[in-house]
Structure formats: structure tokens, C-alpha cells
Design a protein around this ligand. Structure first.
Ligand SMILES: Cc1cc2nc3c(=O)[nH]c(=O)nc-3n(C[C@H](O)[C@H](O)[C@H](O)COP(=O)(O)OP(=O)(O)OC[C@H]3O[C@@H](n4cnc5c(N)ncnc54)[C@H](O)[C@@H]3O)c2cc1C
Length: 490
């Protein structure tokens, strides 16, 4: 396939937002697009891996927000692709809270504590809303509003419930748009083709594919962008391996964590308002640790999919799930850690993590359970192409800052879950943001064309850059369910 040395658009990142952005451009006749992806696969934070005989999802695992007044677009894509899903009923988790001696808290106590925590969280939210209104009236910064601190929570069961309510964003407390618009149900992807099959399915509408493989040289894998040199005339993008690409516009879909890191250099630097908005955005780290056992020793009947460990340290191996509903007979447990616990575990060896997790399981199930035979610990925080799991805006966001995160800088258009005002943090947020950003860019291109007159080319040749060379990229492959697992990204 022949490419002009200067494309209309370079999309940086082939996660769901990058791919949905590309789809909109292609559908609108802009097909001289180059997609530069740092890793050796598409999907970004949607990523499967073979573990313990099944495909597990290291990143996004659920379609969150189903059964409501509107249809979640990811639910529709999954249905169109025939992706197998499995309903997750979190509501029972509160009845499976274990203390450190392996006793389950009586359901009356658990329910009472749970309701108290929900009421208190709703109360806190109301106060926040009021304070925020006052702050906004005073042109203040709503960040000074504090959420309930864990210092007011004392007992292990209270800490465990707090973790469930907040780190799992339970719908009953927070008016999260995802649940309000799309419904409160969550479905786990339980399909050997993986969650990323959705991206492949989307991509094959506009990328050249053959026998389940994307063979389109406009998608370039293993291209780590390091520098964006931008001017009013266009953009030059340099990659770590010394390649140079040139375009009229860039859609930048890297995560907020990457924007906060020093992986990308902008020349000239991004303006202060943009840098401030990026810097102030909170990044959540969320880690699913998978453990494979020789046999099942936990209960797996109705209402037992999730269980909780109440420890005096908040978030210490708190939230557990067995995978029997998704993959019967897989003998896999998953424990979810967040933020500081995630970072702590990322920094230690997997053997140490297995030792800690086994000690917790022996507290719960007794000393005679078998050792895990394998462990998988994703490292989203230390992955330089992610630097965290997803953006975490306050429930009542600072709208100006939000707008600034999304706003283009010259010819650089920003996209990704962190730019989705209503659905940040979710797969559907990424998907919808890619569509929105491409629509905004198409509008800008249309205006630009109008300004220059139909007869002229879209843009003059850049004065800023010389000696642009075209990188001859070998054909890139993406084999859903066949490629095997990429090496851990540094
Ligand atoms: C552990 C975990 C669990 C999650 N669970 C859920 C869930 O259950 N449900 C849900 O809806 N959402 C979940 N999410 C969030 C969801 O995965 C993300 O919101 C969504 O996938 C983000 O898509 P994106 O396109 O914005 O970003 P990404 O998927 O991060 O795409 C950005 C791409 O840019 C690439 N890139 C980065 N730097 C460069 C560079 N310098 N040059 C070139 N390319 C670069 C990256 O490799 C990546 O492929 C979870 C995320 C994680 C990590």
C-alpha cells in the first residue's frame, strides 16, 4: 500500500479510543491516516492473557452499565460480535465478609454496617454538592472538598465495606453517569477471543484484514512516540526507533498517566492551562491478581462469586472473586488491589505476592488449602505506556479543568477515556471519546478547507521540518486469540 509521506491524521495509540477515532475518520472519507501504537498489539487497557488454561482479562473485564434507559454502546458491540458475557452480582458480596479467623460476619451485622456506610456516603456526597455549589459561586476550587476519610473508619469490616463502596464504585452511592444512563448491571467478558475482539471487529471495517489478521500498514505497532513538534502548519512525530511521521493533525489517545509522565515531549511545550489540567487529574491504579489452584476449595454456589476479607489495613487483599461462573473448572481466584496496595505489590516479586495472598486465603479457609500453582500480577502502574489504570475525577468534577484536559492544542486533538466528561474511566468512555474527538476534528478540517478555499490543498507544506524520511515499516500482525501473549511492556 502506498502512503503519502504526509498524512491527514496521525492517531497515537491503538486502544479503544484510537480505534473508534480511526473508524469515524475512515467512514468520513479520511483514509490517509496512520496509527502509531507503542506496544505490539492493539487494545491498550483492554488486554487478555492466557493463564491457567483460559483467557483472563488483565485490564477491563466488565461491560459496566447495562439494563438501563439507554443501551451501552459496548454492550451493543459485544452483542454484535457474539461475545460471551457473564452477569456479575456484586450485591451478595456483603454477605460473604470473612474476618481474620475465617468466620463470616452474620448477615444482620453485615447488612447493618453496609447500610450505615451507604447512608454516610450519600450524606457526605450531599455535603460535597452543597460545598461545591458554594465554592463555584465564589469561583473557588472544588478540590478543597474532602470525601470521607478512612481515618473515621475503624474496624476491619467498616474498612472492607468502604473499599467495596468506593474503590468498586458501587452504583448505590454515587450518581455515576454510567449507571444512571446505561443501568446498574455489570457483565464480565467470558470469551476466549477476549474483550479486545471488539476492537478487532471494529478495525476490520476499515483496515485491511486477512484470515483474522490485520495486515494494514497504516497500523504501525511497536512505534513509541517520543516527540511531537507542532506548528500552525502541521505536526512532525518522532518515534523512539528514529522514525519520523508528518501529518496535518494528530489525535493523541495516550492515557492521562502517560501525559503526566515524561514519555512524550512537545515542541513547543503544552501551554500552562493544559499542563495544569493534566497534572491535577487523579489516576487510579487497579490491579487484578490471578491465582491458579490445583483444585477448588471455595464455595461456588449461588451468591458466592465474590467474597471479602476484612483486615485492619484498608484494601489489603480485600476483594476476591472466583472464576467458576465464567470458566467452570478453571480453579482460578482473582483478588483486586487498588492504588497504594497496587503500587506496593507491583514493586515486589510475584513470589512475595503469592505468599501474602496465600496467608490471607489460609486465614479465610484454614491451613490445609493447597498452594497456588501459578500467579499473574499485571503492572499497570509501572507500564510506561499506561502509568495507571484509569482517570479518577471527583464525583463533582471541576468542569473547567475537565474542559481543558479535552481541549485541542493547535493541531493536536486529545482523546481517551480521561476526556469523556460523562464516562471517564470506562471502556465506553474511551469508545465514545474517540468518536467525539474525530467529529470535532472533521469539523475543524471542514472549516480549515473553507478558509483556504476548495481549490487549494488542505495545508501548505511545512516550513518547520526538513529531511523527513518515510519509515518503511514491516507488515504488522494482529491475530486475535492466536498471537500468544506479548512480553510485559516496560
Ligand atoms: C485493570 C483495569 C481494569 C479495568 N476495568 C474496567 C472494566 O471492567 N470496565 C470498563 O468499562 N473499563 C475498565 N477499565 C478501564 C478501560 O480499560 C479504559 O477506560 C479504556 O480501555 C481506555 O481506553 P483508551 O483508548 O482511552 O486508552 P488505552 O487503552 O490506554 O489506549 C492508549 C494506547 O496508547 C498507547 N500508547 C501509550 N503511549 C504511547 C506512545 N508514546 N506512543 C504510541 N502509543 C502509545 C498505549 O499502548 C495504548 O494502546 C479498566 C482498566 C484497567 C487498567
Amino acid at each position: 500500500m502506498d502512503h503519502p509521506s504526509r498524512s491527514s491524521v496521525i492517531i497515537i495509540g491503538a486502544g479503544i479510543s484510537g480505534i473508534s477515532a480511526a473508524k469515524v475518520l475512515f467512514e468520513n472519507g479520511v483514509d490517509d491516516v496512520v496509527i502509531l501504537e507503542a506496544s505490539d498489539r492493539i487494545g491498550g487497557r483492554i488486554r487478555k492473557e492466557q493463564f491457567g488454561g483460559v483467557q483472563v482479562e488483565l485490564g477491563a473485564g466488565w461491560i459496566s452499565g447495562v439494563g438501563g434507559p439507554q443501551t451501552n454502546p459496548i454492550w451493543k458491540l459485544a452483542a454484535d460480535s457474539g461475545l460471551r458475557t457473564c452477569f456479575s452480582d456484586y450485591s451478595n458480596a456483603r454477605f460473604n465478609i470473612y474476618d481474620r479467623s475465617g468466620k463470616i460476619f452474620p448477615s444482620g451485622i453485615a447488612s447493618h454496617k453496609y447500610q450505615k456506610a451507604v447512608d454516610s456516603a450519600i450524606q457526605t456526597l450531599k455535603v460535597e454538592e452543597k460545598d461545591c455549589d458554594e465554592e463555584t459561586d465564589n469561583n473557588g476550587d472544588s478540590d478543597s472538598v474532602q470525601t470521607e476519610t478512612t481515618s473515621t473508619l475503624k474496624t476491619p469490616i467498616e474498612l472492607a465495606i468502604d473499599f467495596m463502596l468506593h474503590d468498586f464504585e458501587m452504583a448505590e452511592v454515587e450518581p455515576i453517569s454510567t449507571y444512571v444512563d446505561f443501568g446498574e448491571k455489570e457483565f464480565m467478558i467470558a470469551d476466549e477471543r477476549g474483550y479486545d475482539y471488539l476492537l478487532y471487529n471494529m478495525g476490520r471495517d476499515f483496515l485491511f484484514t486477512l484470515e483474522g489478521t490485520i495486515l494494514d500498514t497504516r497500523l504501525k505497532l511497536n512505534k513509541v512516540v517520543r516527540e511531537l513538534q507542532h506548528s500552525k502548519n502541521g505536526i512532525v512525530v518522532r518515534t523512539e526507533d528514529g522514525c519520523v511521521y508528518e501529518a496535518n493533525y494528530v489525535i493523541l489517545s495516550v492515557s492521562i498517566g502517560v501525559l503526566q509522565s515524561d514519555l512524550l515531549e512537545f515542541d513547543p511545550p503544552l501551554p500552562g492551562w493544559k499542563l495544569e489540567a493534566i497534572e491535577k487529574c487523579d489516576v487510579m491504579v487497579y490491579t487484578k491478581i490471578f491465582l491458579k489452584f490445583p483444585y477448588k476449595f471455595w464455595q461456588s454456589g449461588p451468591g458466592k462469586e465474590f467474597f471479602i476479607y476484612a483486615h485492619e489495613r484498608r484494601g489489603y487483599y480485600t476483594f476476591w472473586q472466583h472464576m467458576e461462573n465464567a470458566y467452570p473448572g478453571s480453579n482460578i481466584l482473582v483478588v483486586t488491589l487498588t492504588n497504594e496496595e497496587s503500587k506496593r505489590v507491583e514493586a515486589q516479586s510475584d513470589e512475595e505476592t503469592m505468599r501474602e495472598a496465600m496467608a490471607v486465603l489460609r486465614d479465610i479457609f484454614g491451613p490445609n488449602i493447597p498452594d497456588a500453582i501459578d500467579i499473574l500480577v499485571p503492572r499497570w502502574w509501572n507500564n510506561r505506556f499506561q502509568r495507571g489504570s484509569y482517570s479518577n475525577f471527583p464525583i463533582i468534577p471541576n468542569l473547567e479543568r475537565f474542559h481543558n484536559i479535552k481541549a485541542p492544542v493547535g493541531r493536536i486533538f486529545f482523546t481517551g477515556e480521561h476526556t469523556s466528561e460523562r464516562f471517564n474511566g470506562y471502556v465506553h468512555g474511551g469508545y465514545l471519546s474517540g468518536i467525539d474527538t474525530s467529529k470535532a476534528l472533521l469539523e475543524e478540517m471542514r472549516k480549515d478547507k473553507e478558509r483556504k478555499g476548495e481549490s487549494q490543498t488542505l495545508l501548505p507544506q511545512p516550513e518547520t521540518v526538513s529531511n523527513i524520511h518515510k519509515c518503511d515499516i514491516p507488515t504488522q500482525l494482529y491475530l486475535p486469540g492466536q498471537l500468544g501473549i506479548p512480553e510485559a511492556i516496560q
